[in-house]
Design a protein around this ligand. Sequence first.
Ligand code: AMP
Ligand code: MG
Length: 328
Amino acid sequence: MKVVKLDPVNPDQDKLLEPAELIKNGELVAFPTETVYGLGADATSDKACLKIYEAKGRPPDNPLIVHINSFEMFFKYTDFHDERILKIMEEIWPGPITLVVKKRNIGDVPTSGLDTVAIRMPGHPIALKLIELSDRPIAAPSANISGRPSPTRASHVISDLGNRIPMIIDGGETFFGLESTVIQPVQDKIFILRPGPFSPEEIEEKFKMKVVLSGTEQHVPRAPGMKYRHYAPNKKLVIANDLDEILKLYKENPNALVLCSKETAEKFEGNKYILGSRENLYEIAKNLFHSFRYLDQSDYSIGIIEKFQEAGIGYAIMNRIKKAASKN
Ligand code: AMP
Ligand code: MG
C-alpha cells in the first residue's frame, strides 16, 4: 500500500492526481475528512463500492455515506427539493452533517438497496480536492475494519487496512475525531439517526424544526448501521460515573487503564490516559478513538472510562462510549 503525505490545509494538488485516478479506475483510496478517515470508492460504481464492504468486512445491509463537493453534484444524485432545508445546508456545508434524502442515479450497493442516500459535503481540503479531481461522488465509510474504532490518524488506517487497499492519503489527525451527525428530514421534523459533532441543540437551533432522537419515538427512521456493536476496543471497557466509581473499579482491577479528563487525572494516582480537559469536550472527542486503540495495544487488561456530560458534542461522545462498552 502506498502512503501519500499531504498538508491538510494546503494540499499539493499534483499529489492528488494519482489517488483521483485510482478512484476513477474503481479502486479504493483512504483519505482524511474533518470527522474521521474515510475509505473511498467511486459512488457511481456498484463494483467499486462492493470493494469497500469486502475490505472492511462491513455487513451489506449497512449503507455508505456519499461525499460530494458541490450542490450541482447534490442535485445530480438526489431527488430533494425542500428549499428551506437546502438553504440551511448551504450554511452548514462543507461540514460534519450527513443528510438522508431520496436518491437518484445511485446504485443499490452504496445504499444497501434503500431508496434514500446518505450524502455529505466534507469540510476538509483534501477530501474536497479529491472529489473534484475524481469528478464524481465518493462513497466513504470510516476506514476501519467493521466494528473497530474509527480511524483518526493515518496509522490507524494502516494498522486495520494496510494490506487490503492500494493507497492512503495521510493528512495528519482529523479535526473532530467523531463521525458526522446523520439527520433525516421527514415532513416538519428532523430525525437524528446518529449523533455527531453537531449536537441536537445546535440542529434544533439551526433548522428551527422539532428534533427527534432516533430510538425515542416509535416508527422513526433509523440508520441501519446503528444496530451493530461499534467503535469498540477489543479489550473490555467499563464506564465510571464519577471519581469514587473509578477508584472502586480500579481497586477491583489493578491492571486497568483509566481513560479520563485532565481534571480527574489530577486526583487519581494510577495507570491513566488523559483524553483532554472536561472544559473542552472537542479535545476529548478528538482523542477518544485513539485512546481505544492505545488500550488495545497496551498490556492493560481492561479500560475504565470517565462519563462525560451529555451536552453539545458530549452527547455524541457518550453515544460512542456507550456503544464501545456495550456487550453486543
Ligand atoms: P459510517 O460511514 O461507517 O460512519 O456510517 C454511516 C452511517 O450512515 C451508518 O450508521 C449508516 O447506517 C447510515 N446511513 C447510510 N445511508 C443511510 C440511509 N440511506 N438511511 C439511513 N441511514 C443511512
Ligand atoms: Mg463507521
